[in-house]
Design a binder for this molecule. Structure first.
Ligand code: HEM
Length: 411
């Protein structure tokens, strides 16, 4: 099979698949499976061998219903299937993404304070400068793994947002790639990832100390100065929220970028549309988010008995919103499996509209917009240089590798 064929092999045709099984996403084309399950019911009761079952929300309407009701569907009891209960307890009501109302809005306000007009302007400068540098280097190499190419921009942006000085950025790139990259399932990789994560946590501690002495316009300064309910954040809360940014903003943006390129390669004519001088690239960035939906699921726990699509959800039930499935719902998106660089309107849920709407949404859109503006301006349509390998993960819809051949644009 070549890279240009539209789909990978079909997933196992069992009647009761476990959507949390990572192997489903390695070789399969899960869109077929999600469409089959969604056609039966927008909400699927996912049973698992030796584990608690969960509800998987596969349709757009019900996805919004869950995301917009943080009073019924809470985040503080775990943000992802298979997170360890100890990790959940350590972060709950401290790290933004697993904090529930009313504290959630107060903590979010502290973090939002970092996004001053000057900081946003500086971040935009970083995005443009890094994107051009990364693309120029990749064009010089020609053959490259695009998953690696796509890694550098998100790390640079998060370092800038955190206030990591330029001299320390290679260290952060190396440590975050090891800690949060898809290194594979081996135990040696897991040990290396744990060590890298410890290095990062120690680094946050240094950074926080420095910002207490020398405040700057960055998010660490916002965290060390901010108060919630009249109390400053503890060191642990500061490190957890730095970690939330690093883990939430890197892999997602990286795989959206890689998947965006693959979509442009596989859908004839779309590269040509995207490269036109007057093309609204932000529209394409939104379509990349819909089409790639790199955050595969977000988890909630029901705190009262309720109903979803007529199905009884009991207090204590876990509800996983399968974002890429909702983003292919034909009730909302015309021809949902087609990548349309000009799709409007585009009410995708890749950034979880609702109480926990992605804090980095504007940055993610800016990164994709600028990256593809620069890439289409500088390169011819990239060609496949091998088979893409999908990541075996039910958390991130992404790639282990995406080999491509890049050539500079002629004329
Ligand atoms: C393509 C890129 C991205 C995607 C697909 C994405 C997706 C998401 C999703 C689905 C959520 C909601 C999680 C939940 O409800 O449990 C979320 C929240 C969050 N994201 Fe992103 N994200 C992206 C980029 C970023 C970036 C660049 C940053 C940081 C600079 C970031 C930081 C966060 C944070 C801090 C939250 C928690 C917000 C809250 O709980 O109020 N994300 N993101």
């Amino acid at each position: 099979m070549t890279l240009l064929e539209p789909a990978d092999t079909a997933p196992a045709a069992t009647d009761t698949p476990d959507l949390a099984d990572p192997s489903l996403y390695r070789s399969g084309d899960p869109e077929i499976l999600w469409a089959r399950l969604r056609a039966r019911s927008p909400v699927y009761r996912n049973k698992r061998p030796d584990q608690e079952p969960f509800w998987a929300v596969l349709a757009h309407r019900e996805a919004l219903e869950v995301l917009r009701r943080p009073d019924i569907f809470v985040s503080g009891r775990g943000m992802r299937l298979d997170d360890s209960p100890a990790a959940t307890d350590a972060a709950a009501q401290r790290m933004l993404i697993v904090t529930d109302p009313p504290r959630h809005a107060r903590l979010r306000h502290v973090m939002n304070a970092a996004f001053t007009p000057r900081t946003v302007a500086r971040l935009h400068h970083t995005i443009r400068a890094t994107a051009t540098e990364v693309i120029d280097e990749a064009l010089e190499r020609g053959d490259c793994d695009f998953v690696d190419v796509a890694a550098r921009l998100p790390v640079a942006v998060i370092c800038d947002l955190l206030g990591v000085p330029p001299a320390d950025r290679p260290f952060m790139l190396d440590r975050t790639m090891t800690a949060f990259g898809h290194a594979g399932p081996g135990s040696a990789d897991r040990a290396a990832a744990a060590r890298a994560h410890t290095d990062i946590l120690l680094y946050y501690a240094e950074l926080a100390d420095r910002r207490r002495r020398e405040p700057a316009e960055d998010i660490v300064t916002a965290l060390v100065r901010g108060t919630v309910d009249g109390r400053p954040l503890t060191d642990e809360e500061i490190y957890l929220n730095c970690d939330g940014l690093v883990s939430g903003g890197n892999e997602t943006t990286r795989h959206a970028t890689a998947g965006g390129l693959l979509a442009l390669m596989r859908h004839p004519g779309q590269w040509e549309v995207a490269r036109r001088a007057d093309h609204p690239m932000e529209t394409t960035a939104q379509e990349i988010l819909r089409f790639t939906s790199p955050a595969m699921h977000v988890l909630r726990t029901a705190v009262q008995d309720t109903e979803l699509a007529g199905r009884p959800v009991r207090a204590g039930d876990r509800v996983a919103v399968w974002l890429p499935a909702a983003n292919r719902d034909p009730a909302v998106f015309t021809d949902p499996d087609r990548f349309d660089a000009l799709r409007t309107p585009n009410r995708h849920v890749a950034l979880a509209p609702g109480e926990h709407y992605c804090l980095g949404a504007a940055l993610a859109v800016a990164e994709l917009t600028v990256f593809f503006e620069e890439l289409t301006a500088r390169a011819e349509l990239p060609e496949p240089a091998g088979e893409p390998v999908r990541a075996a993960s039910c958390l991130i819809r992404g790639f282990e590798s995406l080999p491509v051949r890049l050539r500079s644009r002629r004329g």
